[in-house]
Design a protein around this ligand. Structure first.
Ligand code: SOE
Length: 386
């Protein structure tokens, strides 16, 4: 009989649901080495937690995360919380010997991230950081083309992560817009994904120049009970200062000599969750658009002259990463599937007692780049990574 692993999840909002779905679906579609048991769901509001647990099939609930983390029957702690809360839960979970599946961005700063990595290593637990876009079949295909030499020497990386949920000046001052709860704005939430993808596809970043800006500097105070939602409500007319940036732009030099740009904003009207990247090299190019996430556009300089042009590859063949476990070729997948892929790879890493990427070391490296960006934006100077 298959071994089972008990999962305890902390957090039950957007990511709590995305992760719960993944724990349930992974063993149904993939041949995973162990059966994840949705054992305990943890959150502060008992009524909402009960509803979440009932809906997603979590066996028990707990309102004290410390009790959850110290339970001897829990094998995996799933941190589906805002970044402000990652450090405490991850440190306690690692010290209790639990494997950790953690939402991004890893932490509030590089000191926390470094400590989290150290404690995980000391306690020999598998640590995974959920930059889920790495696990899109089309992104895996981009990686394969690069590794196979089809793009050649990379010259350019160009990435934009654009959303529009705070264009309205009356959108409330939620936790995402305050430094003490979020650390930074799109630089943390969105550029963390973009930098992770750049590390994965292009390599290490050597220097960073950045600028950040604020379009709206004050907003109505949020009703805290709705603060986690993109449809958050205001409490009244009282306003408070926005203490994170509204948009963050970075120019980077990679260690390889390639150059790149990153644009992250919550003010791109019409862009709900627009993530695009382009990579240009000596042999070819690839471009990706999350709104067409099953596709990768590929240009090869080695195609016959007169026949060259970008081709659109639908990354849904059984040969494409993860796809043989889903539907027949051409039957597309969606956002939630990336979380399932992450769970599958995480369960395999636990079984093989190996590492999975991205992990807390990757998360630390990403946060160091994001911090360098914020330092550069403040000083107006280019910052060299150590
Ligand atoms: C909100 O901006 C958010 O949910 C991010 O936090 C996620 O990581 C991204 O996948 C979608 O947008």
């Amino acid at each position: 009989m298959k071994k089972s692993l008990n999962v305890g999840i902390v957090g039950y909002k957007f990511m709590g649901k995305a992760h719960s779905n993944a724990w349930k679906k992974a063993p149904l579609f993939f041949d995973v080495p162990s059966q994840p048991i949705l054992k305990v769901a943890c959150g502060r509001n008992q009524a909402s937690l009960d509803e979440f647990a009932r809906n997603w099939g979590w066996e028990e609930t707990e309102t004290d995360w410390q009790k959850l983390v110290s339970r001897p029957d829990i094998d995996i702690v799933d941190i589906a919380l805002p970044q402000q809360l990652h450090y405490d839960v991850a440190i306690a979970a690692a010290k209790a010997g639990k494997h950790i599946f953690c939402e991004k961005p890893l932490a509030m700063n590089s000191q926390q991230a470094a400590e989290m990595l150290k404690v995980c290593q000391e306690n020999n637990v598998v640590h995974y950081l959920n930059h889920n876009y790495r696990r899109l079949p089309a992104v895996q295909l981009a990686k394969k083309l690069i590794d196979d030499g089809k793009i050649g020497r990379i010259f350019h990386w160009r990435c934009a992560y654009q959303q529009d949920w705070i264009v309205d000046p009356n959108f409330p001052l939620t936790w995402q817009l305050r430094k003490e709860t979020a650390q930074a704005g799109p630089q943390w939430d969105l550029n963390s994904h973009a930098v992770d993808l750049a590390h994965f596809l292009v390599g290490d970043i050597a220097t960073v120049s950045a600028l950040t800006t604020n379009f709206i500097t004050e907003r109505p105070i949020a009703d805290e009970s709705t603060s986690g939602n993109l449809s958050a409500q205001t409490k009244g007319d009282e306003k408070g200062p926005v203490t994170v940036e509204d948009a963050a732009l970075m120019l980077v030099e990679f260690a390889s000599g390639a150059v790149g740009s990153f644009e992250a904003t919550r003010f791109a009207s019409g862009r709900k969750n627009g993530l695009t990247f382009e990579i240009y090299g000596s042999e070819g190019s690839v471009t990706f658009d999350l709104e067409r996430m099953n596709e990768l556009r590929y240009f090869s300089r080695n195609d016959p002259e007169g026949e060259q042009g970008f081709r659109t590859i639908l990354a849904t063949d059984p040969t494409h990463a993860y796809m043989q476990h889903w539907w027949p070729a051409g039957h597309i997948i969606g956002y939630e599937h990336t979380f399932v892929h992450a769970v599958v790879d995480f369960l395999n890493a636990i079984d093989k007692q190996t590492t999975i990427e991205p992990n807390f070391a990757d998360g630390l490296k990403t946060i160091q780049v994001l911090e360098a960006g914020l330092r550069s934006a403040e000083s107006g100077q280019r910052v060299r990574m150590n």
